[in-house]
Write a protein that binds this ligand. Structure first.
Ligand SMILES: NC(=O)c1ccc[n+]([C@@H]2O[C@H](COP(=O)([O-])OP(=O)(O)OC[C@H]3O[C@@H](n4cnc5c(N)ncnc54)[C@H](OP(=O)(O)O)[C@@H]3O)[C@@H](O)[C@H]2O)c1
Length: 214
């Protein structure tokens, strides 16, 4: 499978690294092709496998699954520009529309960042919300302090797309839970706000996540 990861920041690096042992073709993508190539070379040298570097457009054009690892403020512009390349492909939205204080969202109560992006990109793109509650630092060690790995809540209106994302999330070392339709992203994004508040108050050093016990 061809996987594109848009962005070269903390989440992008974490996702790429967490998928290093899978048989998938991994492309790190940047607004700046040179930056992506440098990162891909570094990651190729550090891990016993090949990473590719490309622009967003080139990476998305050949990807079966694309991870959107850019700031919320940039997300709509990025997906809008890739609307045709992403058609009929799976787009994993991990953005959180957080306000500046990280104590609320920039979208209203009756929607979510994912639903807004789905409207922007249109119905041909198989958008799935996932990894929104996954702190970047936890990709390196999903089991945190030796406990169970957090669950990744997956929301979307395309069951087959959610299954594909679930397999990738499990390959990263996390649990995967189908949380329901895309509208559940309203709750999931607000859970990120709660997790940030809890992590800050309790000095968890960004090593925290949700695990559902049943
Ligand atoms: N950090 C976390 O723990 C965490 C957890 C869950 C979800 N998220 C979500 O994941 C997304 C990425 O977070 P992150 O922590 O990886 O962010 P980050 O470290 O700041 O990286 C974001 C990347 O997005 C790209 N980008 C594209 N347009 C941009 C713009 N206008 N301004 C700045 N960067 C731009 C940049 O890569 P290029 O310049 O190379 O294109 C940059 O490296 C966010 O939406 C965030 O809400 C983060």
């Amino acid at each position: 499978m061809q996987i594109a990861i848009l962005g070269t920041g903390r989440m992008a690096k974490g996702i790429a690294w967490a998928l290093r042992d899978t048989p998938h073709d991994l492309t790190l993508a940047s607004r700046d092709a040179a930056r992506a190539e440098v990162l891909a070379r570094e990651m190729t040298a550090e891990n016993a496998r090949k990473f590719h570097g490309a622009t967003y457009a080139a990476a998305a054009a050949r990807a079966d699954v694309t991870f959107l690892a850019v700031p919320w403020a940039a997300a709509a512009g990025v997906v809008e520009s890739l609307r045709d390349a992403l058609a009929e492909r799976v787009l994993v939205d991990l953005t959180n529309p957080l306000n500046e204080r990280f104590d609320g969202l920039l979208v209203g109560d009756g929607t979510s960042g994912s639903e807004e992006l789905a409207r922007t990109v249109g119905p041909r793109v198989r958008l799935v919300a996932a990894l929104k509650n996954t702190f970047a630092g936890t990709f390196a060690e999903p089991h945190l302090s030796g406990g169970p790995a957090p669950d990744v809540l997956i929301a979307g209106d395309d069951a087959a797309a959610k299954d594909e994302v679930a397999r990738l999330v499990e390959a990263m070392g996390f649990g995967a839970l189908d949380a329901g339709p895309l509208a559940v992203a309203r709750t999931i994004e607000r859970m990120t706000v709660l997790l940030i508040q809890l992590a800050t108050k309790n000095h968890w050093n960004w090593n925290a996540g949700f695990k559902l016990v049943h």
